[in-house]
Write a new protein. Structure first.
Length: 106
């Protein structure tokens, strides 16, 4: 039952992704990146028993879903870090532009 719900959620996001692509809200590269992510997520949900076996083979003491959860949290923190760096750069660029603009307006 949980697998069906998870697959339904993945399908929902895939259809949303297709809708965003049709509206040209995202680039083709971004579309394929997210499509790969959602297909990969669906495959993990479908083959969760094999993921558990792989995780046990690699020597982890928890289940596959736990390891995937830990990895996803680490990836989210990394992405948050990258977004923060980009925001700082944008803030500096805006400050520079405002300064240059105010100097030219005087």
């Amino acid at each position: 039952m949980q697998q069906i719900i998870a697959i339904a959620i993945v399908l929902f996001f895939v259809f949303r992704l297709i809708g965003q692509k049709r509206k040209n809200s995202i680039s083709q590269v971004e579309f394929y990146l997210w499509l790969f992510f959602w297909i990969f997520s669906a495959l993990i949900v479908i083959f969760i028993k094999q993921v558990d076996l792989l995780v046990a083979y690699l020597g982890f003491s928890s289940t596959g879903i736990d390891v995937l959860l830990y990895l996803s949290i680490a990836v989210l923190f990394y992405l948050l870090f990258r977004i923060r760096i980009k925001m700082e750069k944008i803030e500096k660029d805006i400050t520079t532009l405002v300064r240059e603009n105010s100097i030219h307006d005087k």
